[in-house]
Design a protein. Structure first.
Length: 262
């Protein structure tokens, strides 16, 4: 059985955690029964919603980095639960049926019945994921005195209907920031290393970055940056194979990892 998530150890003295939450297409059979799409439509939705090849990108970057980062990888699709959503009414994506447990697709058609109770999936998958990620960050703090979360995502070239703030620029690399958790040095380093991969933008079409709630807005020792990569720069859309751009991007991500200790 596919594990829900996996923490892949890095160097003992590395503060960096590469977080890869949306790379998987795996939907367990018992979860599949609650989805109203047929098999063909589900595969099509996965083509659009999955941040394809980002786990491979992070693995290549980890292997290339001088100081191996830790990797926290979601092994299940975000159609099971989305670990980066709030599990309650604070989540603005509830407006389009895409809170922690999605009830609509990227094209705003029905994924699950509107009256689906999210609690069983949240209890089974969301809370254990959040607990494990919290523990991973706490461990880096205890060992190295800080934790640096680099949140690795991708996004489609053309805006999808579910995007609430997709009207802005869609650069090759979008850097998502948080006013409390993204220090200027980390942002500057990211801009420098990804410049070789094309233009970098800030907080458009996606903004913010992931920090476990236990630390969010409270602990300045936890730094975070989201790296959103436009999919046409490294793969065939939607849902196709990776191309040579993946190697270039992995090198840039490795350079960012190496810049963190300095």
């Amino acid at each position: 059985m596919t594990p829900s998530f996996e923490l892949l150890p890095g160097a003992p003295d590395s503060p960096v955690i590469l977080h890869i939450p949306h790379s998987s297409r795996e939907v367990p059979a018992d979860v599949r029964t609650g989805i109203v799409l047929d098999d063909t439509a589900l595969e099509r939705e996965l083509d659009h919603i999955v941040d394809a090849h980002t786990a491979d990108l992070a693995e290549a970057a980890a292997n290339a980095a001088q100081l191996t980062p830790w990797r926290f990888v979601n092994r299940l699709s975000r159609l099971v639960v989305d670990p980066e959503r709030f599990p309650d009414e604070r989540e603005e994506m509830l407006a389009v049926g895409m809170g922690a447990v999605y009830t609509q697709t990227t094209h705003l058609t029905r994924l699950r019945p509107a009256d689906t109770d999210p609690e069983p999936l949240i209890a089974r998958y969301f809370r254990p994921y959040a607990k494990a990620m919290t523990e991973a960050v706490a461990d880096r703090l205890a060992v190295t005195g800080r934790a640096v979360i680099i949140d690795v995502h991708s996004y489609p070239t053309a805006r999808l209907p579910y995007e609430l703030h997709g009207e802005g620029p869609r650069p090759p690399v979008c850097l998502g920031t948080d006013p409390f958790h993204t220090p200027s040095a980390l942002l500057t380093a990211a801009r420098e290393v990804f410049a070789a991969c094309g233009e970098t933008g800030l907080d458009s079409p996606f903004s913010g970055t992931y920090v476990p709630l236990e630390f969010y807005g409270k602990d300045p020792r936890v730094s975070a940056l989201m790296v959103e990569i436009r999919r046409d720069t490294y793969m065939a859309e939607p849902g196709g194979p990776a191309g040579p751009g993946l190697t270039r991007l992995a090198g840039a991500l490795a350079a960012l990892v190496d810049a963190v200790p300095h």
